[in-house]
Design a protein. Structure first.
Length: 605
């Protein structure tokens, strides 16, 4: 995926005069070189976009594990509560998932180094591009670089610093607003956000719909993308009315018109669909020569249910599945989540505590094979027609019964517990695994548990990062960074925080739910939200964000900036615990690659 105009940056920049693009890499152009050859700015700006998907040199080598987009999605997800982890992994994400990352952790360190390389390139572009008084391509390009610089600073601050809501005077990250790297210090969180705001306002001023490059191609920033990102920043800063105002400006009077009609098209057509404001375009040509197991989708999906195409190590966790399946017909479940090698039929699963590893594993009620010859498979669970489900497990006759205990989720969706007196929460699913019939024998372990031998977690794969239309690679996609669905939910959350606007907050939630195929009693109102377990509209909005934006880089930030703890008490190979939003391990450690050179203070542990 290496762009021919790219090379490693942080080298002495001695180029002056006229630029020959055949021999001068885009990220090595000086401000004076750009000024003397404005056409070069197209290549240098496109070079930044390419660096987001390229395998940049890191710690003396090149690795498929190391791309910005891969670490963006993994780092923002593995410390949250959306996914189940199957056994240990040799991938660096495993230490992050266990909150054991340190200054040597390769995943976070790569993100730090890659972002500052790209920030350096944007700074060179910004200083070298001149402006015109009227909309122009030069203005557009300069605006794109301001936008990209703001985006990278925001990503770094989310990962390596406490949220804005925890205090503006907390240590932030290193601000880089020029190519002068003679001084390195950590700014405060407030200072970082002020710089991000300033950059995005400049981007909005400079970019114009009439000068947008490659119209219909979401792989390049636009004025609307900058406005949407500024709305996200206002939300994170707690500037509720500012967030509402800028989101409303780009949503207009009919927000639904900005959403794709079909949920699956958001992701399979992300490069061209109307909902996506900006994505990182990963083409088949980019992937050529790769193993697709190096793509981020391979961590969350395995097209054939083996580790031949994808690692398939992270599965959708029970709490998220519970939300997605409360209302039948939710397309976010039907189109984006699948139980590998499954068929219709009742299936019951629950957590069993593993004392040795301090985690929950799964107990599963397997289907029954009644005829091996014709592979007749039926559920081993009986619907009793009275709200209970009967089955046999470990020689005992059990039932899943409605949870009427004080700990039930809510009145309308009580969930189920086992009738063995333990009040163990269990899940009744309407998809059951199908066994493999091999040499006349029933084989469960290969397809029921983890695709990694020895796992015992139902393989609920996530399709969000897979199956791009027209791609020869199952695990390919164009990675969505900003879309209108997020803009709606940003405004919804701002309304909920502002007070007195619950109806408006839930109206935005319902726009999202309607696109997901829900209607009637499935919509949220101030009258029914309490019965659904939501004391406030904010609680309803945050759950909707969990369902709509999972695996898009938001969940961990959404929890900690709202003072919500990270509840990981569900079956997964990670420790069964609740992690405080104030836990010092939430923020990633400043990598030794930085501190060994600059000596800036690390994050305390």
């Amino acid at each position: 995926m290496k762009n021919k105009f790219l090379s490693i940056i942080f080298l002495p920049l001695l180029i002056t005069g006229c630029v020959n693009l055949d021999i001068i890499p885009s990220d090595s152009l000086t401000s004076s070189a750009l000024a003397s050859n404005p056409a070069a700015a197209i290549y240098t700006t496109d070079g930044v976009y390419s660096m987001m998907k390229d395998m940049l040199e890191f710690r003396g080598g090149i690795s498929q594990n190391n791309t910005f987009v891969r670490q963006y999605f993994v780092l923002n997800e593995v410390k949250s509560d959306n996914f189940c982890f199957s056994l240990t992994s040799t991938d660096p994400f495993w230490t992050s998932a266990q909150y054991l990352d340190d200054a040597n952790s390769a995943d976070a360190a790569y993100m730090w180094v890659a972002c500052y390389k790209m920030i350096f390139a944007t700074n060179a572009n910004i200083s070298g591009l001149t402006e015109s008084e009227t909309p122009s391509e030069q203005n557009q390009l300069k605006g794109e670089n301001y936008f990209l610089r703001a985006f990278f600073h925001l990503m770094l601050c989310n990962l390596f610093a406490k949220p804005y809501s925890a205090g503006v005077d907390n240590p932030g990250i290193v601000i880089r607003r020029s190519t002068d790297y003679s001084e390195t210090k950590r700014a405060t969180v407030g200072e970082v956000y002020a710089g991000i705001e300033e950059d995005l306002k400049e981007a909005i001023r400079l970019m114009d719909p009439s000068t947008r490059r490659y119209k219909g191609d979401n792989g390049y920033a636009s004025k609307e993308a900058a406005q949407a990102l500024l709305g996200r920043v206002y939300l994170y800063e707690g500037k509720w009315q500012d967030c509402i105002d800028i989101c409303s400006e780009i949503l207009g009077d009919t927000p639904m018109t900005h959403l794709e009609a079909e949920v699956k098209d958001i992701y399979s057509k992300s490069q061209t669909n109307k909902e996506v404001l900006w994505c990182v375009d990963l083409t088949d040509a980019d992937i050529a020569g790769w193993s697709t197991k190096g793509l981020v989708a391979s961590m969350f999906d395995s097209p054939d249910g083996t580790q031949g195409k994808g690692w398939g190590e992270l599965y959708v966790a029970d709490p998220l599945l519970d939300l997605l399946t409360r209302f039948p017909g939710d397309k976010r479940f039907e189109d984006l989540v699948r139980l590998h090698n499954a068929q219709d039929g009742l299936f019951v699963t629950w957590g069993v505590y593993d004392e040795l590893n301090q985690c929950y594993t799964n107990a599963n009620v397997y289907p029954t094979v009644t005829n091996i010859a014709d592979k007749t498979i039926v559920s081993s669970v009986t619907d009793n027609g009275d709200g209970t489900y009967s089955f046999t497990y470990d020689g005992k006759a059990l039932k899943a019964i409605p949870d009427n205990t004080a700990s039930k989720i809510c009145d309308e969706f009580p969930g189920y517990i086992l009738n063995d007196g333990s009040n163990t929460r269990c899940y009744v699913r309407h998809k059951m695994p199908s066994p493999i019939i091999s040499d006349g024998n029933v084989v469960w372990a290969i397809n029921m548990g983890s695709v990694r031998p020895g796992g015992n977690y139902p393989t609920w794969f996530c399709n969000k990062l897979s199956y791009r239309d027209g791609s020869a690679y199952d695990l390919n996609t164009s990675y969505i960074m900003i879309r209108y669905g997020e803009v709606l939910l940003n405004r919804a959350e701002a309304y909920a925080h502002l007070g007195g606007n619950d109806d408006k907050a839930l109206a935005d939630v319902n726009t999202i739910r309607q696109r997901a195929g829900l209607s009637g009693t499935a919509l949220m109102t101030t009258a029914n939200m309490a019965g659904r377990g939501y004391p406030t509209a904010l609680d309803a909005v945050l759950d909707e964000r969990k369902m709509e934006l999972f695996l898009e880089g938001f969940r961990l930030t959404d929890l900690v900036r709202n003072g919500r703890d990270i509840d990981r008490r569900y079956p997964s190979y990670t420790k069964y615990e609740v992690i405080s939003h104030n836990d010092l391990r939430v923020q990633y450690q400043i990598p030794v690659d930085e501190t060994a050179v600059s000596g800036i203070p690390i994050n305390p542990r």
